[in-house]
Design a protein around this ligand. Structure first.
Ligand code: UDX
Length: 430
């Protein structure tokens, strides 16, 4: 099929390259000329394992890019993969995707055949139909349900394994408003369903919008519950990891997402839980449990600091922060737990020396004035304490390096360093 994808960010580019790999002809539309040029040259504008290879193979061939929305007229369906960032109150800002829908509508006005518009971005229930559908109707002078349909297809990609997640998903969610839209969207996913046989959920548009929020709120709340239980374990000198390994054997609980520690970050969990809370308030509902999950997540970095303070008051001390990315395998520092940790250290008058294998440059934008070093060894050298914030594998291999600390106090927020002789070790929940 002929597909167009609006937006070449992390989701749009991955989806475009994967659809091209599955045999579709894909046109990516982006306002950024540099990104368009890169894609046409076969270069991925973002870093994801496996993406470079797919863009190199299909870029300029089955995968092309343009700044011209007119290209959508040559396609059967358009996916909107534009950002929906948080506003100050946590609700989503739909101005970027609304502008994209308007440009798309203007282009569709002169297309004769039926067209399907699929929203990929994370949006609260009602946005696809009531906001974006209406904008496309106005801009195209066409009728939704007659000349075009809207649909919703949420994305569950994780950073660091986005290509693998797209090509081998647990589920594909197809939210449509009628049989015609369902048929076309199903046809888009047919090669993927044939190659990897995921569960296919055919549902309504509002349900599809909510599935994304429910999925992320459930996982974020699961981790926060595990963190809460872990905090209680620590108070009783119980190893939370042994407890979680045991409860994970109950298949109603499941063994994944049971790692307690300094909490969740990234571009999705914080944003989506905040948006769900704002959306619930909008309707006059008090979402106590999701709010509590957010509260526990904010508590974990504070507890990390309290454990450090039990051994080393940070005032005037040199404290190493190991790990800046929100999780291993990415250079993304958005909502990384390292941010509140560094802020708290600075507020307490510590000198911060930070190390991350790949995320240093991104963190420099948040904290230009702290010291960044090239290795964990350099960070530990002369430090009066160390806080472990990201579970990079390389931290598990640290050993003699702790000997160069002035005071070998290690507070581990991710259970990656082993308790050992010669250091004062505190696990956050163990
Ligand atoms: C997440 C969802 O998994 C994905 O489906 C969605 O579409 C986007 O958001 P991502 O943000 O890439 O993906 O990261 P993920 O691997 O889910 O981890 C999220 C955060 O939870 C990380 O900060 C991680 O460190 C933390 N986490 C995860 C824990 O603290 N403990 C766990 O057991 C698992």
């Amino acid at each position: 099929m002929e597909l167009s994808i609006v937006g070449s960010g992390y989701v749009g580019t991955t989806v475009a390259a994967c659809f091209a790999d599955l045999g579709h002809s894909v046109t990516n539309i982006d306002i950024d000329e540099d990104i368009v040029e890169q894609l046409n040259d076969g270069q991925a504008p973002i870093h994801e394992p496996g993406l470079d290879e797919l863009v190199a193979e299909h870029g300029g061939d089955r995968l092309t890019a343009t700044t011209d929305y007119g290209a959508v007229r040559e396609t059967d369906a358009t996916f909107l993969a534009l950002p929906t960032p948080s506003r100050a109150d946590g609700s989503i800002d739909t101005s970027i995707i609304e502008a994209g829908a308007r440009s798309l509508g203007e282009a569709l006005g002169s297309k004769d055949d039926y067209h399907l518009v699929v929203v990929k971005s994370t949006v609260v229930p009602g946005t696809t139909e009531d906001v974006l559908g209406s904008i496309i109707e106005d801009a195209s002078n066409e009728s939704r349900g007659e000349d075009f349909d809207v649909a919703m297809n949420p994305e569950f990609l994780r950073e660091g394994s986005a290509v693998e997640d797209f090509l081998g998903p647990d589920k594909v969610v197809l939210g449509t408003e009628n049989e015609r839209a369902n048929e076309r969207l199903s046809a888009v996913f047919e090669p993927l369903v044939e190659s990897s046989a995921p569960a296919v959920v055919e549902t309504g548009i509002r349900e599809a919008e909510m599935i994304k929020y429910a999925n992320n709120a459930f996982l974020a709340t699961k981790v926060s519950l595990v963190n809460e239980l872990g905090n209680i374990c620590k108070e009783y000198d119980v190893d939370a990891y042994e407890v979680m390994d045991a409860i994970g054997l109950d298949d109603r609980i499941g063994e994944r997402f049971l790692r307690s520690g300094v909490g969740w970050g990234g571009s999705c969990f914080p944003k989506d839980t905040a948006a769900l809370v704002a959306a619930a308030h909008e309707k006059g509902y008090e979402p106590s449990l999701v709010e509590a999950a957010i509260e526990v997540n904010e508590k974990q970095p504070k507890r990390l600091l309290e454990l450090l303070e039990d051994h080393v008051p940070p005032q005037g001390k040199r404290i190493a922060v190991l790990g800046l990315a929100f999780k291993p395998g990415t250079d993304d520092v958005r909502n990384s737990r390292a941010i509140p940790v560094i802020e708290a250290l600075q507020n307490r008058g510590a000198t911060v020396v930070a190390y991350d294998p790949v995320a240093t440059e991104n963190m420099r934008e948040h904290f230009p004035d702290i010291e960044y070093v090239e290795s964990a060894t350099a960070a530990l050298d002369g430090a009066d304490g160390a806080l472990v914030v990201t579970d990079w594998d390389e931290f598990a291999a640290l050993d003699d390096e702790f000997e160069s600390m002035t005071d070998p106090v290690v507070v581990d927020g991710r259970r990656i360093v082993e308790r050992r002789e010669g250091i004062t070790y505190e696990g956050l929940t163990w």
